[in-house]
Design a protein around this ligand. Structure first.
Ligand code: GLN
Ligand code: ZN
Length: 752
């Protein structure tokens, strides 16, 4: 084998780090800036403090050259669009600062930046969607043939200089040009067939300028993230990768270039990248395996992502070390890193003083992972040269045979349900949650803090249930809900009531912008020690003669929004959760529920990035859902709910859930999904009220959406409902909006 090539790529690194603040300082700073209670300077100084704390923390943990430009005031994809001046005209109008040339880095462009992210009173924001198969959401840039790219925001350069001023050399991280364009969408009005990737050369002009500026500032290495390369890519896209990196590597004055990939294997993109002159290449060896042919990587520094960046389990150091030694033997120069940015995990396990010690000792949050990376780099340096057999792959037992007890055919069920429920045509229902008031949140906090007792809390929850039932009756809805006031979150609530889960105190992870979630920790075998939801539904039903829908979260969603144990194959974990939910369905039915909804909004999120893996996933995911729901008798109507309208890839699977009624987001995208779901053969409720906006839709507007539904669906299978739960709206907005929904439906009934 060849001797190690000289390299100054750090022996240990992390690809990125959380940015919301260990106590969600950025969330608070953003929200108070948005509502006008603090100034731009307050926000900027919070940003500076968080960046400094991050660099010092990582340096202190042994990460010699920490990454920079991993901070963001909202989202790193938006930062990139903003940096390139890919700002739609409608958002430029929000400019209030110093005018052209002002960036986020110096704060003057913040109003335009936030207009792109959140819209203004009158201007719609850019679309937001999930970042690969994670629960992080990014802002989708709009790129057209005329987008005039230029270096409009020097944030990556300013951050590197800011760190250097503190005495810390950093490695600036940029979203790679190919991934940036692949994640963008064609700007409205672009010619048919235009794809943003056509603009690669113009985008590369700006990247070249940034790389040259970074070199002039004395930056040694730059990290370009290209996670899009782990999904299926066309020959044209692969050719773009070659063009991009040959061009950037050809710059006479540039930092050394590290291209990182994550969330899967590079596959056919590996030989392409490996034959460009890039200096280092990053592989996610946690979600993907080792490349079959390592010889292609010789001459590059391989940055081996062996410390899991997306989960919170401690790394198996022995296995990781063997992988590293094997790699070093075959390729020469190896650095140790996390498998992806640590954006997806909480900061520091040391904040969790209340966790069961037996669970805690199995965990590693971001800071513990940085230490693991450093430990592995030391172990590797001390380990003798020579090959090591690569450790066996993690348990990925073949997906279990899809098995469930079938319910009767839909026609038989529909007849039994019609007879039993006697609903009017075009029945109106909601998706489950009613507004969560400040009082309720305060009561929950007081309960956790021990300031009020269980009984007092329950009284308040019951009062909330009664309030929402009375409102639904007054409005004239047909199928009521209890409103979910007892739930802090649709996943965490179940996690708190099931065995096998733990919940953290400060384990917040950014979901988008200032929004965070605190994923439960699924650490052991899941089971249901006692019934969870039936008593609330029963109470709600005792208040009304209209049917009250029981409300459950589906097994895939519970798992997707948790940190999940890795010592059992995922389908088995989901199967255990499905068992527990099946128990809830049975209990609700026994308690007299005639309609039970099992939500699966995360069904699409777990869809594998490679098309070859998708069918197997969908088959076990659907099987789990059917296992959970097939305990329902014919006359018990099962509803499911999904809240995304770009469901194209999973439509068949949604149909396969075999729910009697499917409610789905539709109003937000103006009914674009309707043609695709028209083929569904059971009940369907495409949303007619966009609950993401505080706006109250008029009865005319809702009528238009109902007409569009009836153009593709027979009246006896159509349901009328909002796009999603009403949790984030106010009672005032909800009452006015639902009144218009009822008025529109009634108008329609007269006509049909
Ligand atoms: N039943 C849940 C609610 O209404 C569904 C939420 C969701 O789909 N994300 O809040
Ligand atoms: Zn929803």
């Amino acid at each position: 084998m060849t001797a190690a090539l000289p390299t100054d790529f750090p022996a240990a690194t992390v690809l990125g780090y959380p940015r919301i603040g260990p106590r969600r300082e950025l969330k608070r700073a953003l929200e108070s800036y948005w509502n006008g209670t603090t100034t731009r300077d307050d926000l900027l100084s919070t940003g500076r403090r968080l960046r400094e704390a991050t660099w010092r923390r990582l340096a202190g943990l042994g990460i010699a050259v920490p990454p920079s430009n991993t901070f963001s005031y909202y989202d790193h994809v938006l930062d990139t669009a903003f940096m390139l001046d890919a700002v739609p005209d409608r958002h430029r109008a929000a400019e209030t600062g110093a005018g052209a040339g002002a960036g986020v880095g110096d704060g003057d462009g913040l109003d335009v930046y936030f207009a792109m992210a959140r819209g203004t009173g009158t201007i719609a924001p850019l679309r937001m969607t999930k970042w690969f198969d994670t629960n992080y959401h990014y802002i989708v840039p709009e790129i057209g043939p005329e987008t005039a790219f230029r270096l409009a925001d020097e944030k990556p350069i300013l951050e590197a200089v800011e760190a250097r001023t503190l005495g810390i050399a950093t490695r600036p991280v940029l979203l790679g040009p190919v991934t940036f364009l692949l994640l963008s969408e064609a700007a409205p009005g672009s010619p048919e067939g235009f794809t943003p990737l056509e603009r690669l050369n113009d985008v590369l002009d700006v990247y070249a300028q940034i790389l040259e500026s970074l070199a002039a500032e004395g930056v040694d290495w730059v990290q370009l993230d290209e996670p899009a390369l782990v999904a299926d890519r066309t020959p044209v896209e692969l050719a773009a990768v070659r063009v991009a990196y040959e061009r950037l590597c050809g710059l006479p004055d540039r930092p050394r270039i590290f291209v990182s990939s994550y969330f899967g294997e590079l596959g056919e993109a590996l030989p392409v990248l490996a034959t460009t002159p890039i200096d280092a290449i990053g592989l996610d060896l946690v979600s993907g395996g080792l490349p079959a042919d390592l010889s292609a990587l010789r001459g590059k520094t391989v940055v081996a992502g062996v410390v899991p960046g997306r989960n919170i389990w401690r790394t198996h150091l022995d296995d990781a070390l063997n992988t590293l030694r094997h790699l070093r033997h075959h390729v020469g120069t190896v650095s140790v890193s996390t498998s992806c940015s640590l954006l997806h995990v909480p900061y520091d396990l040391d904040q969790e003083t209340e966790l069961d010690p037996a669970v805690r000792e199995r965990l590693a949050f971001a800071d513990q992972k940085a230490v693991e990376v450093q430990t592995l780099a030391n172990l590797l340096a001390q380990a003798p040269a020579g090959d090591m057999p690569a450790p066996p792959a993690r348990p990925t037992a073949p997906a279990p045979e899809a098995r469930w007890d079938d319910r009767s055919p839909y026609a038989a069920r529909a007849a039994a349900q019609a007879e039993h429920l006697r609903l009017p045509p075009l029945p109106i229902t909601t998706i489950g949650s009613f507004p969560q008031t400040g009082d309720l949140r305060a009561a929950r906090a007081a309960l956790v803090a021990g300031e009020i007792g269980e009984e007092q809390y329950e009284t308040q929850v019951k009062a909330e249930i009664e309030r929402s039932i009375r409102l639904q009756e007054k409005l004239g809805l047909d199928v009521l809900v209890h409103g979910e006031p007892e739930r802090n979150d649709m996943v965490q609530y179940f996690a708190e009531h099931l065995d096998g889960f733990a919940v953290s105190r400060h384990g917040w992870v950014q979901s988008y912008g200032s929004r965070c979630t605190r994923p439960p920790i699924l650490h052991g075998d899941v089971s249901r020690p006692a019934p969870i939801t039936a008593r609330w539904t029963r109470y709600a039903q005792s208040l009304t003669s209209k049917p009250v829908k029981g409300m459950l979260t589906g097994p895939v969603t519970i798992v997707a929004w948790s940190f999940v144990r890795e010592d059992l194959p995922l389908p088995e974990v989901v199967g255990q959760v499905a068992d527990a939910i099946r128990g809830e369905v049975a209990d609700l039915q026994d308690a007299g529920s005639t309609i039970i909804q099992v939500d699966e909004p995360a069904l699409r999120e777990l869809l594998p990035l490679r098309s070859a893996d998708q069918a197997a996933y969908l088959s076990w995911a659907v099987a789990a859902y059917r296992h959970a729901t097939s305990v329902a008798a014919d006359r018990t109507q099962i509803h499911t709910h999904l809240c995304y309208s770009n469901a194209a890839q999973v439509l068949e699977a949604i149909d396969g859930l075999d729910a009697d009624v499917t409610t789905i987001e539709s109003a937000r995208s103006g009914g674009r999904i309707l043609p695709a779901v028209a083929s569904f053969s059971r009940g369907l409720g495409p949303g007619v009220y966009d609950i993401h906006s505080p706006r109250v839709p008029s009865a005319d507007e809702v009528t238009g959406l109902i007409e569009a539904i009836l153009a593709v669906l027979p009246v006896d299978r159509a349901w009328i409902n909002p796009d999603c739960g009403l949790k984030t709206r106010t009672y005032e907005q909800v009452e006015a909006s639902l009144a218009n929904v009822v008025a529109a439906r009634d108008r329609m009934l007269v006509l049909t």
